[in-house]
Design a protein around this ligand. Sequence first.
Ligand SMILES: Cc1cc2nc3c(=O)[nH]c(=O)nc-3n(C[C@H](O)[C@H](O)[C@H](O)COP(=O)(O)O)c2cc1C
Ligand code: SF4
Length: 446
Amino acid sequence: MIAIDLPTPGAEPAEAPVLSRHWSDDEPWLLRNYVHRNGYQGLKVALQMAPDDVIDMVKASGLRGRGGAGFPVGTKWSFIPQREERPKPHYLVVNADESEPGTCKDMPLMLATPHMLVEGVIIAAYAIRARHAFIYVRGEVASVIRRLRDAVAEAYEIGVLGKNIFGSGFDLDLVVHAGAGAYICGEETALLDSLEGRRGQPRLRPPFPASEGLYASPTVVNNVESIASVPAILRNGVDWFREMGTEKSPGFTLYSLSGHVTRPGQYEAPLGITLRELLERAGGMRAGHELKFWTPGGSSTPMFTAEHLDVPLDYEGVAEAGSMLGTKAIQLFDETTCVVRAVLRWTEFYKHESCGKCTPCREGTYWLVQILQRIEDGTGTQADIDLLAETTGNVVGKSFCALGDGAGSPITSSLQYFRDEYDAHLTGGCPFDPALSTVFANGGSA
Ligand SMILES: Cc1cc2nc3c(=O)[nH]c(=O)nc-3n(C[C@H](O)[C@H](O)[C@H](O)COP(=O)(O)O)c2cc1C
Ligand code: SF4
């Protein structure tokens, strides 16, 4: 077993980057390098506390889930029944499916510092009294799966996984499970079905995973970034974490910038930063071009325009301005991009990924693609634009899971901000040259 000293709370600066601080270092994925940089110190702190106290600490930090909805992490953990008369096993499942168009933060995090996630998993499992944990990874990313499995093997070798971790009497087994590449398997109940070996389709709720999740037992499902944020909170304390971000959305987070931006990539910052500030760091829009529209949190979140450059990018600020922070996947499009074509591409994605369980989404996404295609081709009519809005209304709020609602977001918001551009397609077809807008030149989602 390796020696790990206890940290001095608050010794690290209360500033981003925290999650990505060591991404550019030499081989940050190796255990020895992780341990040199405070690795597994948060776990040591946690194991000296009672599990309920760990939950209380994460609750007090105000950490919110980074998988899309922003639900408080500690509160979710506290829903797991802790003192049942006839206890069932508890499970922790990390959602590493990451398939939302534009979302690309969890994969680099796991590739660069897999031990940060493994450490978070052990702390979270200890807190909810789970003895088995799973990381469900999107199946296509073989390099990430390999790196995670290597990190898990290293963690077993030094005794931070397995029996009697750090002599605490706590045992934990961690399995890295590769999915088969379906967007719907990121929806937490579809993920659980897939993990159990069934076709991944959302479950009816209630019962919620906290009471009947994996194998009908109490289960916490959390996003990769949510869990990877926990060790730093244990090391540095609640006040340290709350020094960053805003009161209701405290802490640091990863914003993923893609599209027509000079330097696309991951930008870690306190919650509440604006796109104007992020763009300053990313070198602005590509030279000679202007921002036309952007997604604050992936393609399932209503789009914004250049008018929204100063919206605080936290859960409250984005909601107040009419969208959702989602996964903080900021896709940027300049004036060369046809909004109808962009929305058509996203809708094709939702049609392809619709699991088919409910009629509004299965049929609706099919028809939405047909209508958008007609408008984009220049064969649409005014009635088609009305039909587009009406069909979207038959999907949003009427589908079985949030995929249907997400599919409607780009359509409804683009009609709100760019109705003129839809109308312009009715007389003479698409006025944009696809060769100028590199983002959608190859088809598929951005
Ligand atoms: C269609 C769909 C896809 C989703 N994909 C993901 C995903 O890839 N990763 C993720 O963490 N959450 C995803 N979610 C959200 C999860 O259902 C769940 O809310 C999340 O994993 C909870 O983690 P958090 O509380 O840490 O944010 C998706 C939801 C839907 C409806
Ligand atoms: S909304 Fe779409 S993805 Fe969700 S259950 Fe219905 S068909 Fe499946």
